[in-house]
Design a protein around this ligand. Structure first.
Ligand SMILES: C[S@@+](CC[C@H](N)C(=O)[O-])C[C@H]1O[C@@H](n2cnc3c(N)ncnc32)[C@H](O)[C@@H]1O
Length: 321
């Protein structure tokens, strides 16, 4: 059986209690970069003396070598990792196309520590970003984003999925700048950063005109299905629910990126092809080449969906509920 890891973050201001490993499993204390912090193996109890920056990793079973060694970009959890507004506009093919969304309500889900909201603010009617980690205070968000950035960069430096000429250092700088712009924008507009998780969003039907979703669907499909996840949490059934929820809250359009596998020579993602063939009633969609370059060759498509039945008039408060 392949080795698995489950992460229990201790980021909610410390924790007090007992953790017990199932037979054949081991619990270890790691820091945010996934580095071991305690070599006692089993840690039977923990208390608030541990810094909130640490996590427990439940590792096991230990009967087979880790697949992780063969594929450094395997991720046990979704990283809090964000692109710049310019990168996101390229991802979703919106550069030069913003005029038509001038009065639109736009949802960015997940927003992560990216600066898309800041880039769109003032150019569209309203922009709301959603992420489960927005519940955290600013200092923790920043620490988490920086740790996840370094963890991801370490994986990417040795990843066979990137073109050798891809400039990772420039990419790292862009992420750091995006993070600073995100933190500043969230400080100024806290009400536009909402804590929520797919596949259930706390918004009425059709409360946004345009819904954007980058680097969660398809990217975090299980490894065997062309994504990054070492777990099955984001399987095809989860994707069905998540896409249906994104369509529910949109009046006019949903743009998703990537719609391709995470491989050196990327292919159209099999889940994207499956979901395009079974869109919710009243929707149609198409793959579109994306201008965003994250270092893959091959097909780097985005998926764009539009509502073809008449949209209802917009509810007055996108943020209600
Ligand atoms: C790799 S980041 C992508 C951020 C941004 N959209 C981009 O393209 O740069 C993925 C984000 O998904 C968030 N996330 C994880 N599980 C989620 C869920 N069930 N629903 C919504 N967001 C989730 C994570 O907190 C993380 O910030």
């Amino acid at each position: 059986m392949a080795r698995q890891e489950h992460w229990l973050p201790l980021s909610a201001g410390g924790a007090c209690g007992r953790v017990r490993a199932r037979p054949g499993w081991r619990i270890s204390l790691v820091d945010q970069a996934g580095e071991p912090r305690d070599d006692r193996g089993v840690q039977p109890a923990f208390n608030s003396a541990f810094k909130p920056a640490f996590s427990f990793a439940f590792n096991g079973p230990f009967t087979a070598p880790s697949h992780r060694l063969k594929n450094p970009m395997q991720l046990a959890s979704v990283v809090f990792y964000g692109r710049s507004g310019e990168q996101a506009l390229a991802m979703f093919n919106l550069e030069g196309d913003l005029e038509q969304w001038r009065d639109a309500r736009v949802l960015d889900c997940p927003g992560g520590p990216g600066s898309l909201s800041a880039r769109l603010r003032g150019l569209v009617g309203e922009v709301v970003a959603v992420d489960p980690l927005y519940a955290l205070p600013e200092e923790e968000l920043e620490q988490r984003a920086l740790a996840d950035l370094e963890r991801t960069m370490a994986g990417l430096r040795s990843s066979p999925t990137l073109r050798p000429d891809f400039d990772l250092e420039a990419c790292r700088e862009e992420h750091i700048q995006a993070l600073q712009i995100f933190l500043e924008d969230r400080r100024r507009h806290p009400e536009h950063y909402r804590n929520a998780s797919l596949p259930e969003l706390p918004f009425p039907d059709q409360s946004f005109d345009l819904v954007l979703s980058g680097h969660l669907l398809f990217a975090y499909a299980p490894l065997r299905d062309g994504g990054l996840s070492s777990s099955d949490a984001f399987d095809l059934d989860w994707h069905r629910l998540a896409l249906s929820e994104l369509c529910r809250v949109s009046r006019r359009a949903v743009h998703l990126y990537p719609a391709h596998t995470i491989e050196r020579v990327a292919r159209r993602h099999p889940y994207a092809t499956a979901l395009l063939a079974e869109l919710p009633p009243g929707w149609r969609g198409a793959f579109c080449a994306s201008r965003y370059d994250q270092g893959h060759d091959g097909c780097t498509d985005a998926l764009q969906l539009e509502r073809i039945t008449a949209a209802t008039s917009r509810p007055s408060a996108a943020g209600s509920a």
